[in-house]
Design a protein around this ligand. Structure first.
Ligand code: PLP
Length: 360
């Protein structure tokens, strides 16, 4: 079977170079005589793998020294609870911008531990935009502000920072981490499940400013306390060793490509090509206002559920898979993360043009 172009929102495609490297290493990693999966996490070989992965991520994102990089499990969904457990310590309150299903889930979890104050929402228009935010929404009587930088399901993204003043800013970057350059110091905590833009499911990355570590109440379980991970190099217990190894390969691959700046350029080209085609199409429409459009997830519709269905089925036959939109939005969604090559986007556009011509 030939490889397909996989537009899945996650788990998503990985760079072919990374898969080939993993294949080369499969039976014996280096001189170890074993697969990374079979290796003790306490071995020198594995320590090198996790240390190199962290160093490469720090390099790629220019992570300042006063931030820790943690490798966790439980997905971004566990962070919805871990963030309030560790950070809602003084006011027992946090501000949220409600921009989609994932933001909603973060809010639901935070409510279990304190007050989750929604400062703004775009729910009135099916989350098709990012609400206008101003400084007086972010009253200082909160422990932090939470945003979802890229809304995977609806295809919107924050293009500027919310005016949070001195409040710590927390962002769920699961579907946009490493897709464009950001200034880590603008954030107090960044988290991301790996399976969209980093690697396989099973590892979640947390980048946290060190002064926010160590304030969790004693009642917080050891495994839900960031301090446990920070003090033990993410190896208090067995980390998701293989997922971290693949993430490390992805980081190396990205560095070889020229880093996040170069990736951002390519991502902007890919997204621009696709949006431009949709905007000029008599058949397809984008569902998001231009200024809020995601570079990673591109939802679009024909306006007819039947045609949408036919489109998705035909695309699959043409080797363009997982284009069905999220069940809450319908239509189509093309997820074009870092690992989706430009050729995949071109093929998608060619198929769309053909479909359009056949349905005039
Ligand atoms: C996919 C996704 C999640 C959920 O991630 P899990 O790792 O499955 O818990 C959370 N937030 C965003 C923005 C996502 O795209």
């Amino acid at each position: 079977m030939e490889r397909v172009y996989n537009f899945s929102a996650g788990p998503a495609c990985l760079p072919i170079e990374v898969l080939k490297q993993a294949q080369d290493d499969f039976i014996s990693y280096g001189n170890s005589g074993m697969n990374v999966m079979e290796m003790s996490h306490r071995s020198k070989e594995y320590q090198d793998i996790i240390d190199t992965a962290e160093a490469d991520l720090r390099d790629l994102m220019n992570i300042p020294d006063n931030y820790s990089v943690l490798f966790l499990q439980g997905g971004a969904s566990l962070q919805f609870a871990m963030v309030p457990l560790n950070l809602m310590t003084k006011y027992k309150k946090a501000h949220f911008v409600k921009t989609g299903q994932w933001a909603k889930k973060a809010i639901e979890q935070a409510k279990k531990f304190g007050e989750a104050n929604v400062v703004a929402s775009s729910e009135d228009k099916t989350f098709s935009y990012i609400p206008q935010l101003n400084a007086d929404m972010f009253t200082p009587d909160a422990d932090y502000v939470h945003i979802t930088s890229n809304n995977t399901i609806y295809g919107t993204r924050f293009t500027k920072l919310p005016p949070v003043g001195d409040l710590p800013l927390v962002s769920d970057m699961s579907s946009c981490i490493l897709s464009e350059e950001i200034n880590v110091a603008d954030y107090a905590l960044i988290y991301a499940g790996a399976q969209k833009n980093i690697g396989p499911a099973g590892v979640t990355i947390v980048i946290i400013r060190n002064d926010l570590i160590g304030h969790a109440p004693d009642s917080v379980p050891t495994m839900l306390n960031y301090k446990t991970y920070a003090d033990n190099g993410s190896m208090f217990n067995t980390p998701p060793t293989y997922a971290i190894y693949i993430a490390g390969l992805v980081f190396k691959h990205l560095k070889k490509l020229g880093g996040v700046g170069e990736m951002e350029k390519i991502n902007k080209e890919k997204a621009a090509m696709l949006y431009e085609f949709i905007d000029n199409s008599p058949l397809f429409q984008a569902t998001v206002e231009p200024k809020y459009r995601s570079l990673m997830n591109v939802p679009f519709i024909t306006g007819s559920e039947e045609l949408d269905k036919e489109f998705v089925a035909g695309a699959k036959k043409a080797g363009l898979v997982n284009l069905k939109g999220h069940r809450s939005v319908g239509g189509m969604r093309a997820s074009i993360y870092n690992a989706m090559p430009e050729s995949g986007v071109r093929e998608l556009i060619a198929y769309m043009a053909k479909f359009e011509a056949e349905h005039k």
